[in-house]
Write a protein that binds this ligand. Structure first.
Ligand code: PRT
Ligand code: MG
Length: 221
């Protein structure tokens, strides 16, 4: 049995064509079903539905053999677990789906250029504390990080923080909340993650899936 960990929403939707290319069809819609384990048309492949941030944990510790999650999630997971964060977690493929970017955003009218001058101070609210810490450290800046788990956009509007570090795709959410993107930190896409011991024990079926995905996404640009 191969267990594939996926999150509901954009990753689930965007992985469907790649699964189809591997001959795998999920038989129930996770948005409609209450089931957390979904059967597929392949009797030896099942899908488990977990929170996006739990995908690396499931795969690393063997709750799933294979999974799909954003590079953002992978970076934060590795940082949280120190050097052990990627032990046993093989990342063979950038699937180039669920693309977005991690950016710094502030309230319209906020003088970001001044805040990031030497000696400046910045209060930054984010779910992505590792990415934010590294980014501002690379600029030689000291920032006060405030960890949030959602609705980051609210932080600058309420005075909780001066800036946020968050995912942006169309930018509509920022615009709707009178926020402006002032710096792009990195581009993000979703990656395939594989449990390293599963790759040895279930080599043929996992290789078949990895190779089918690789063929479907085409050569790297
Ligand atoms: O939602 P939940 O708290 O359960 O978990 P999650 O937010 O971790 O999961 P999910 O499914 O929302 O996101 C999973 C992955 O999709 C992320 O880890 C990213 O790698 C990727 N992704 C791609 C995105 C976006 N695009 C994106 N736009 N994740 C979130 N967003 C957010 C963005 O922050 C903004 O708040 O969607 C909102 C709309 O974005 P705009 O710019 O198009 O308005
Ligand atoms: Mg979300």
């Amino acid at each position: 049995m191969i267990t594939l960990a996926l999150s509901k929403g954009r990753i689930f939707e965007e992985i469907m064509p790649l699964l189809a290319a591997a001959g795998i069809e999920v038989l129930e819609d996770p948005e409609k079903s209450r089931k957390l384990i979904l059967p597929t048309n392949q009797p030896d492949v099942r899908v488990v539905i977990v929170r996006a941030t739990d995908v690396p944990t499931y795969v690393q510790f063997g709750g799933a053999d294979i999974g799909v999650c954003g590079k953002d999630t992978l970076i934060e997971h590795s940082a949280e677990w120190g050097g052990a964060g990627s032990a046993g977690l093989y990342q063979p493929l950038d699937l180039r789906i669920a693309r977005c970017r991690v950016s710094v955003a502030v309230r319209e009218g906020f003088d970001y250029a001044r805040a990031v001058q030497p000696g400046g101070r910045l209060k930054v609210a984010t779910k992505y504390t590792a990415i934010a810490r590294d980014f501002f450290a690379s600029k030689g800046m000291h920032v006060d990080l405030i960890k949030l788990y959602g609705s980051m956009e609210l932080a600058p509007l309420t005075g909780l923080a001066d800036a946020i570090v968050d995912l942006v795709s169309t930018g509509n959410t920022l615009k709707a909340n009178q926020l402006v993107e002032v710096e792009r930190i990195m581009d993000i896409s979703s990656h395939l993650v594989v449990n390293q011991s599963a790759l040895k024990l279930k080599q043929a079926p996992l290789r078949r899936i990895i190779d089918a995905f690789a063929a479907a996404i085409g050569p790297a640009l």
